[in-house]
Design a protein around this ligand. Structure first.
Ligand code: NAD
Length: 497
């Protein structure tokens, strides 16, 4: 689906449909702003009700969601249920359990300049926010930020990815059927619609997608000084030391790469670095694991997603057919254009100037780079932009310490892959080229809240030294007091007498 400006765009959530042009877009934002200004979305009851309704459709429409994900990506039912629906249910339940506490003002300390008084930090909603999501986990990546936006009391427009059209239209109808349509809407469409949305003034934009479009989003946001969260991608490195449990390592690597949407996941390992001497053992073990997971004919395995569309299929086959990668395949390589399937593929010693080593792979190809000493992996990782995730498998505590200290990444796991994003206590987001800001659990609530500091004073406790006309004693007293030096402040009174 590629809707163009001026054609009929689907506006889920009580929108009237019809021509979706700049005026319709502005009108939609005005309507949401009115709802927000009415104060309705700020109440705990409204937030709770919307979250309960999301939970309700996750339960009632589970089969439809699984079907849509299958149509868009041939996503295995297991992955659809576990990685998208259950993740969302868990987010929803956590927010419902904790929201009241998160909404309470936090007490803050009072400095000596404000005694007597009290201080607090209030989490207030930002206003009307825009969520733009990607196609690879099209249900989770659309609804998870929306849950944060609702929890924080905002009105929200969701723009799902047009690359996963079945999920996009299902999202539009679920939002329309279950949620408060005057404050939560879905706009379906592609670049034209997103561009029109980006021209509006938002109170926050939450974008998930590639780094190139992340720049487009941030440029548009800058015009209105709108803050952004950018959940981007990059090449996630995976270092495997010879001091590891090879069997467990192979299973955790294979499930993190191919069991995550057949490699089409932002946190899927993009390339492996290991030592020359360990590589043959590792490859053998990965091959055995892959056969045990997906059988001898992986192109027909029901447990592997297909490549999302022909564009991405051609992009991936181009990486595979690149002359510099030619002859480097040590496992897999099979493809079927009709089925849009590429088998789990391992390549050895792909040169640094190959296409595959210079862009995010985002598919089932996994190159292995070899080094003499495992410590050399650090410099290779540092030669790429900061990744969204970095992984190390090793029993060597010294190496682990060095890896954690020296590698900057959005997130990191030692001795596993991908799992960090299932832990709501951990902020999920990138750093540098892999993103700005983070969400999940309380971090989602915080991402869509303004932390408003409020200082409460009464009319006693006048400090004469803050008022003109100034003199040396007032200067000494005030300087010490503002610096938090009570003793110095008192001393200045004595000395200046
Ligand atoms: P995509 O093509 O679905 O694009 C994302 C969104 O941007 C869509 O809603 C699309 O309509 C919109 N868009 C695309 N081009 C645009 C333009 N020129 N102007 C305005 N809007 C535009 O997704 P994608 O970008 O192909 O997604 C894959 C990328 O996303 C990978 O780099 C992956 O690593 C990253 N990703 C990151 C996360 C994360 O949580 N950090 C999650 C998933 C994917």
């Amino acid at each position: 689906m590629a809707l163009k400006a001026g054609t009929v765009a689907a506006v889920g959530g009580g929108g009237k449909g019809g021509v979706f042009d700049g005026e319709a877009c502005a009108c939609l934002v005005r309507e949401l702003r009115q709802s927000f200004e009415s104060g309705r979305t700020r109440s705990y009851e409204w937030r709770k009700q919307q979250l309960r309704m999301v939970l309700k459709f996750l339960v009632e429409k589970e089969a439809l969601i699984v079907q849509a994900l299958h149509r868009d990506l041939r996503k295995p039912g297991f992955e659809a249920c576990v990685s998208e629906i259950s993740m969302l249910k868990s987010s929803c339940k956590l927010i419902l359990k904790k929201l009241k506490r998160w909404m309470e003002p936090q007490k803050a300390c009072v400095s000596i300049t404000s005694i007597p008084g009290s201080a607090e930090i209030i989490s207030e909603p930002l206003g009307v926010v825009l969520v733009i999501s990607a196609w690879n986990y099209p249900f989770l990546l659309a609804m998870d930020p929306v849950l944060g936006a609702i929890a924080a009391g905002n009105a929200v427009v969701l723009k799902p990815s047009e690359v996963s059209p079945s999920t996009s239209s299902l999202l539009a109808s679920l939002v329309s059927d279950y949620l408060d349509n005057s404050a939560i809407k879905v706009v379906e469409g592609a670049v034209d619609e997103t561009t029109m949305l980006l021209e509006q003034k938002w109170d926050k934009i939450f974008y998930t997608g590639c780094t190139r479009v992340g720049r487009v989003v941030m440029t548009a946001a800058a015009k209105h000084l709108t803050p952004v969260v950018l959940e981007l991608g990059g090449k996630c490195p995976l270092v495997i030391d010879s001091k590891t449990d090879l069997k467990v390592t192979s299973k955790r690597v294979a499930v993190g790469k191919w069991g995550s949407n057949n490699g089409q996941a932002c946190v899927a390992p993009d390339y492996i670095i290991t030592t020359k001497s360990f590589a043959p053992k590792l490859i053998e073990s990965l091959k055995q694991t892959l056969t045990s997971f997906f059988g001898d004919k992986p192109l027909l395995s029901p447990d592997l997603s297909r490549i999302v569309n022909t564009n991405h299929f051609s992009r991936l086959t181009k990486l595979l057919d690149d002359q510099r990668a030619f002859g480097k395949i040590v496992h897999g390589g099979e493809r079927d254009e009709k089925l849009l399937m590429i088998a789990p593929t391992i390549l050895l010693d792909v040169p640094a100037d190959a296409l595959m080593m210079n862009e995010e792979i985002f598919g089932p190809l996994l190159p292995i780079i070899t080094v003499d000493k495992i410590e050399d992996s650090i410099d290779i990782i540092k030669s790429h932009p900061k990744p969204l995730a970095a992984y190390l498998f090793s029993n060597d505590k010294k190496l682990e310490k060095m890896f954690v200290k020296q590698i900057s990444a959005g997130g990191m796991i030692v001795n596993d892959t991908v799992l960090h994003l299932t832990n709501p206590s951990l902020p999920f987001g990138g750093v540098g080229d892999s993103g700005i800001g983070a969400y999940h659990g309380k971090h989602s609530f915080d991402a869509f809240s303004h932390k408003k500091p409020v200082l409460h004073r009464c009319f006693i406790g006048e400090v004469w030294a803050r008022y003109p006309p100034y003199n040396a004693m007032k200067l000494k007293f005030s300087s010490s007091a503002v610096a938090g030096d009570i003793f110095g402040a008192l001393l200045s009174l004595v000395r200046c007498r």
